[in-house]
Design a protein around this ligand. Structure first.
Ligand SMILES: Nc1nc2c(ncn2[C@@H]2O[C@H](COP(=O)(O)OP(=O)(O)O)[C@@H](O)[C@H]2O)c(=O)[nH]1
Ligand SMILES: [Mg+2]
Length: 194
C-alpha cells in the first residue's frame, strides 16, 4: 500500500500525546461535517476513516504526512445525547492539547456550508479564539451540495460573517473540486515553509 499519510497514534489522555517534533494541523467541527474526508483529500490518501454514521469517540487521532507534518483528526462535536451545556464544555484532553501544544500550526474549524454556523460552532469558536486567535481557519465544507442561487447567497453571507464579525480567514471547499483542495493544500504547506 502506498500511503503518504501514516497513522501515528490514537490518544485518549493528555499524558499520551506524542512528542512535539513536527508541525501539527488540527481538523475540527461537528460530527459528519467532513473532517476525515477533507484530511484524505488534502493528503491524497484514504486512511482517515469516513462514515455515514457520526462517531462518538473522544480521542485525537494523529497522522503523519511524508515525515513533514502531522494531521490531527479531532472528535466531532454536537452529536452526542449528553445535555447541551455538557456538550459545549471542551473536555480535558482537547483543552490540554489546545492550550499547551507548541507545534500546533493551524486549526481548521469545519462548517457545513448548507447549515452555516450553528450556536455550538460559535461557542467553540469563541472559546478557541481566546486561546488560538490567528491560528484558526474556518473551512466551509460540501459546497457541491449547494444547489440553487439562494443556497449560494447564504454561503456568501456566511463567508462575510466569518470575515467581518469573527475576523477569520476562510475557505469554501468540496472534496469533489480539486481546485478547492489544491488551495487548502497550498495554504497548509506554505505555512511550514516560513
Ligand atoms: N457531497 C459531498 N459529501 C461530502 C463532502 N465531504 C464529506 N462528505 C460526506 O459526508 C459524510 C461525512 O464525512 P466524514 O468525513 O466522515 O465526516 P467527519 O465525521 O467530520 O469525519 C460522508 O458520507 C462523506 O462522504 C463534500 O465535500 N461533498
Ligand atoms: Mg471522521
Amino acid at each position: 500500500m502506498n500511503e503518504n499519510l501514516k497513522f501515528l497514534k490514537e490518544v485518549f489522555e493528555p499524558e499520551s500525546l506524542p512528542e512535539e517534533s513536527l508541525p501539527e494541523f488540527v481538523f475540527w467541527g461537528r460530527s459528519n461535517v467532513g473532517k476525515s474526508s477533507l484530511i484524505n483529500s488534502i493528503t491524497k490518501s484514504k486512511i482517515a476513516k469516513t462514515s455515514k454514521t457520526p462517531g462518538r469517540t473522544r480521542s485525537l487521532v494523529f497522522f503523519e504526512y511524508e515525515k513533514r507534518i502531522r494531521i490531527v483528526d479531532f472528535p466531532g462535536y454536537g452529536y452526542s445525547k449528553i445535555p447541551k451545556f455538557n456538550e459545549l464544555k471542551i473536555d480535558r484532553l482537547i483543552e490540554s492539547y489546545l492550550r499547551q501544544r507548541k507545534v500546533l500550526k493551524f486549526i481548521f474549524l469545519l462548517i457545513d456550508a448548507r447549515h452555516g454556523m450553528k450556536d455550538i460552532d460559535k461557542n467553540i469558536l469563541y472559546q478557541l479564539d481566546k486561546i488560538l486567535g490567528s491560528k484558526i481557519v474556518i473551512t466551509f465544507t460540501k459546497i457541491d451540495k449547494l444547489k440553487n442561487q439562494f443556497d449560494k447567497q447564504c454561503l456568501l453571507q456566511n463567508n462575510k460573517q466569518v470575515n467581518e464579525i469573527f475576523h477569520k480567514t476562510f475557505f469554501n471547499t468540496s472534496i469533489k473540486n480539486s481546485n478547492d483542495i489544491f488551495l487548502l493544500r497550498k495554504f497548509l504547506f506554505k505555512s511550514i515553509e516560513e
